[in-house]
Each structure stands twice: as C-alpha cells, then as structure tokens.
Design a protein around this ligand. Structure first.
Ligand code: DQA
Length: 148
C-alpha cells in the first residue's frame, strides 16, 4: 500500500521555529519517524515538503497518477488560506488525513478555518509527531479492512 505524506511551509524549520509550540525535534527526525512507521507496517511511503502552494498542488495531483492509495497532509499555514489545495484534494479524491502538530483549535482566530480539512476523512491535531503515525495507521487499517 502506497501513501504520500505532505508537509507545507516552514515545517522544514522544525527544531528551529517556535520550539515552545512545535518542539525541538527536527524535520529530519519527523521523516525518520514516518519512515520507521512505514517500514513496521509494510507501507510504501513518500515524504514531501514544500514552502510553495503550487508545488503542493502538483504533488497532490501526481498522487492520482502514481498509484498512491492515501494522503497524510499537514498543509501548515496553507491550511487556513488555500482553496487550491482543497480543490486538488477534491480532484484526486483519495482518502486524506489532515495532521497538525499543535492544537490549532486552541490558537488564534485566523487558524480556526481549515480549507484542506473539508476534503479530509479525519483530522488529528495537538499530538506532535505522533499525529503522523496515527494518521498513517488510520489509512493502513482502512485499507486492511479494519477501518471505516
Ligand atoms: C501547523 C499549524 C498551522 O496553523 C501553522 O501555520 C503551521 C503548523 C501545525 O502543524 O500545528 O505552520 O499546521
């Protein structure tokens, strides 16, 4: 089973940016956790990060053509602004889980809207890196007959 894990702007700065909110582990640490989770569950995973909205749209579209079965996405700031990412997720129509490291529901007003989330089967927030693991296992179970 192939999935893609997509990360939006500034997530490459994990370990440097706002450590009080996002912690001190780095983006490389996150990639390691994702790859380890994939290996343990025989999931084929591709991890992609971009600071550019259009690049994320391109990568979502690619998922339609390359046999990807599900998407895990943390659109970061584009969560709250990007109709283009929402439309791309709707276009490919693959089961998608939205992940946020922080609990955005407890943060500023401008973070209370999630466009991407409108195309997602599940949202996980406030669980740090473990949210990605939970999202991957959710998709894994869905495709192994134990999920919804
Ligand atoms: C984030 C929350 C967003 O509001 C923010 O812009 C981010 C990261 C999170 O993972 O908690 O960059 O998506």
């Amino acid at each position: 089973m192939k999935i893609v894990v997509l990360n939006g702007p500034n997530l490459n700065m994990l370990g440097i940016r706002e450590k009080n909110i996002y912690g001190s582990e780095t983006y490389e640490d996150l990639v390691k956790l994702i790859e380890m989770t994939a290996e343990e569950n025989a999931i084929e995973v591709e991890v992609y990060q971009s600071n550019h909205e259009g690049a994320l749209v391109d990568r979502i579209q690619q998922a339609y053509f390359d046999g990807t079965k599900g998407i895990v996405i943390n659109p970061a700031a584009y969560t709250h602004t990007s109709v283009a990412i929402l439309d791309a997720l709707k276009a490919v129509n693959l089961p998608t889980v939205e992940v946020h490291l922080s609990d955005v529901s407890q943060r500023e007003d401008f973070r209370q809207i999630s466009y991407a989330g409108k195309a997602c089967v599940k949202t996980i927030m406030g669980k740090g890196f473990l949210g990605y693991k939970e999202a991957m296992l959710f998709l894994f179970e869905k495709f192994n007959g134990k999920g919804e």
